[in-house]
Design a protein around this ligand. Structure first.
Ligand code: F0G
Length: 351
């Protein structure tokens, strides 16, 4: 029998681990690259979705977390801490269980999706809701890790980026080369940094013949990189990317500029439209923040920025089940029927 071994074992020679490293894994990575028919038709391109919601805790964060927790354990840490809009905390909590460590998480009060909170709780993390936003949580987490015996596992920890770059490897391994354009949501900007690092390494070693243009999309109410200044009170329904001062800001600019790419914004309305399109027309259920990549692609296509015939990958970063409120909101209530086939058939429009 053969199963995917997780990103560290699959890409061991390209990651900062040694032969003696004991790997903490939930067999993350190896996620589906799904051809997107409707998006391909709309853009005249070959569009694929990298479905990161298929990771063990339901988001791309697991790629970075297997590295961060593996390293923390190797260094003898007994406890880890992170600031999070939800997914990082869910991932850290799960991997800490595997490693037998205590996990502390700091989340912005009232601004994380219920599914993510449930994950951190059920994995036994110690949760503090901070009276502030994500940026405040990160400041607090850094301060605690500087002054107390607890290891920081946010993406400011460089091994997180190392783990997350493997998504770019998987795409090249599947397609035989890098795409022309890679589109993804941008929050704290760790992931765009990681993808660019992965693509750059594969190109430098000749595994890929080229590198993609990197297109990142922030939510309009939380778009500090687009505005060129810190957003003090970020807002968006896409709580995962509700961030006003991204830690990897300058790396995101480097990815944009070195690749000839762009970083732009999409409105909450555009995000929700893409969210519904993905679910209703591609069969892929993602959380709202994840739909920012697809919203961005559709916006760019409307702006005439997408030449037909290109190969494009959109990362959809997290599973729709994390935040189902947006799926239910505005949808018609299912009707109740008795246990009666004739009535059911009639209500289903079959009769
Ligand atoms: N999509 C989802 C679903 C996310 O959870 C995040 C980040 C992003 C996109 C943006 O990625 O920060 O690397 O630019 N979530 C972090 C968290 C902040 O705490 O879970 P990024």
């Amino acid at each position: 029998t053969h199963q995917w071994r997780g990103i560290i074992e699959e890409y061991r020679d390209r990651l900062p681990v040694s032969d003696s490293t004991q790997v903490v894994t939930l067999r993350e990575g190896g996620t589906p690259l799904v051809p997107a028919q409707v998006l391909s038709e709309r853009t005249g391109c070959e569009v694929h979705l990298k479905v990161e919601g298929a990771n063990p805790t339901g988001s791309f964060k697991d790629r970075g977390m297997t590295m961060a927790i593996t390293r923390a354990k190797e260094e003898g840490a007994k406890a880890v801490i992170c600031a999070s809009t939800g997914n990082t905390s869910a991932s850290a909590a799960a991997y800490a269980v595997r490693a037998g460590m205590v996990c502390a998480v700091l989340v912005p009060q009232g601004k994380i999706a219920l599914g993510k909170m449930g994950q951190a709780l059920v994995h036994g993390a110690k949760i503090l809701q901070v009276d502030g936003n994500f940026d405040d949580c990160l400041t607090l987490a850094r301060s605690l890790s500087d002054n107390y015996p607890v290891a920081l596992v946010n993406s400011v920890n460089p091994v997180r980026i190392e783990g997350q770059k493997t998504a770019a490897f998987e795409i090249v391994d599947m397609l035989g080369d890098a795409p022309d354009i890679h589109v993804l949501p941008v929050g704290n900007a760790g992931n765009i940094t990681a993808y660019w690092k992965g693509y750059t390494e594969y190109a430098a070693d000749g595994v890929a013949a080229r590198k993609p243009r990197m297109w990142g999309y922030q939510a309009s109410g939380s778009a500090p990189i687009v505005r060129g200044e810190v957003v003090k009170d970020p807002s968006t329904i896409a709580t995962a990317i509700r961030i006003g001062n991204p830690a990897s800001w300058k790396f995101a600019l480097a990815a944009r500029d070195e690749s000839g790419g762009l970083i732009d914004e999409v409105t909450d309305r555009e995000i929700l439209r893409a969210y519904r399109l993905l679910a209703a027309q591609e069969g892929v259920f993602v959380e709202p923040a994840s739909a920012a990549s697809v919203a961005g692609l559709l916006k760019a296509a409307e702006q005439g920025l997408v030449d037909p015939g290109q190969r494009i990958v959109c990362t959809v970063t997290g599973n729709g089940l994390k935040d189902p409120d947006w799926a239910v909101a505005g949808a018609p209530q299912p009707v109740t029927v008795p246990v009666d086939a004739a009535t059911a058939a009639e209500r289903l429009g079959l009769a």
